[in-house]
Design a protein around this ligand. Structure first.
Ligand code: GYE
Length: 343
């Protein structure tokens, strides 16, 4: 009996040594780290998630004007209509605050969807990876970002470069017959995709009629700064035929500055802005603004629909560009069109 026990003991020890040395017999291939598991598509309620299951953390840029107010209202009103929970975060146009807010939503166990209107295109990979590891559905709205596409489900927003090209095309028409083609550009906040792409698009199109940008500076999307920048330029020179304002607000500021400098906006100097907010239509009816290129702020229904589809594990196209128009002060139906506008 003792002998048998001894044999069994020796056999077990032998087996343990063999495995420890990896079966000395076999050539030990370097052990590949186990593949990182693909993040589970969708939320736990998938495939039957409903809007009531969604708790959306929305990282808004701030409240810099009419377009932003319409965008915020779209998210708040549509959330109520659909019965989803919205946690609204106002980043006060401060990038550090916006990144901190993203991190906060990543840590929030209630939040299962995160929507980002990015103040700037870069600096998002860390919090996006954190969101993926935490199983959050991330949708980018309004402004695109420079980050790997696998880190978010889709981007819903405008083709800003196209808006820039349309703006150049319209400015060319406006400057026909003018003594020169000198244009001043009021730029949005530096680093944002809207500002970068609109500027690039305008430069792609301006060569068609020989437009020359003789001044370009940020007005941070605000009427006040748009006015201050234009006033400073007017002190230097009044040799300008057109102003390209990357949003309506900055355009309104330029209009005030021109009037105070004794020039007639819309006549002495052609004004074109982007957004097509209600106040832009008023300015066109008053003859102060010549053209506004539309940029649709009412994105919430599309964003929430995309979030629900992703929550149910559906693959989505990475970008769904908005369909947008151009509106001109010389349009015979302008009053009627203005009456039909919703923002
Ligand atoms: O044009 C401007 C707002 O991101 C498209 O941001 C948006 C821009 C819009 O401040 O009015």
């Amino acid at each position: 009996m003792f002998r048998f026990k001894k044999i069994v003991f020796l056999f077990i020890v032998g087996m343990m040594v063999l495995t420890a040395c990896g079966g000395a017999a076999t050539t030990a291939a370097p052990t590949e780290p186990p593949p990182t598991p693909e993040p589970k598509a969708g939320l736990d309620c998938a495939p039957n998630c409903q809007y009531k299951d969604l708790v959306v953390g929305f990282l808004q840029t701030g409240s810099e004007g009419g377009w932003r107010a319409a965008n915020t209202a779209s998210f708040k009103e549509t959330a109520e209509q659909l019965g989803l929970t919205l946690k609204f975060y106002d980043s006060q146009n401060d990038l550090a605050k916006q990144v901190a807010g993203f991190h906060q939503f990543n840590q929030d166990p209630e939040v299962n969807v995160i929507v980002l209107a990015a103040l700037e295109t870069t600096g998002w990979e860390e919090v996006l990876q954190e969101a993926m590891d935490a199983g959050k559905v991330v949708v980018i709205e309004d402004r695109r970002i420079d980050a790997p596409e696998n880190l978010y489900v889709t981007y819903i927003g405008s083709d800003f470069a196209l808006e820039g090209r349309k703006s150049a095309e319209e400015m060319c028409k406006l400057l026909e017959g003018m003594k020169g083609k000198k244009v001043w550009e009021l730029v949005g906040n530096v680093g944002s995709s809207a500002a970068k792409d609109r500027g690039q698009g305008f430069r792609e199109g301006m060569g068609a009629c020989g437009i020359e940008i003789t001044n370009s500076q940020t007005g941070n999307w605000s009427a006040t700064e748009g006015k201050q920048v234009t006033e400073a330029w007017l002190k230097e020179s009044k040799d300008v035929q057109g102003i390209f304002a990357q949003n309506d607000e900055m355009g309104f500021g330029a209009i005030e500055a021109l009037k105070e400098a004794g020039l007639k906006p819309g006549t002495d100097v052609k004004i074109l802005s982007v957004d097509a907010t209600g106040n832009a239509f008023k300015a066109m009816l008053e003859g102060d603004l010549n053209v506004t290129v539309e940029c649709n702020p009412l994105l919430a229904p599309q964003v929430y629909e995309a979030a629900l589809k992703a929550a149910n594990g559906e693959e989505l196209p990475k970008w769904v560009p908005s369909q947008e128009g151009v509106f001109r002060s010389d349009d015979p139906n302008l009053e009627e069109i203005t009456a039909g506008r919703t923002y």
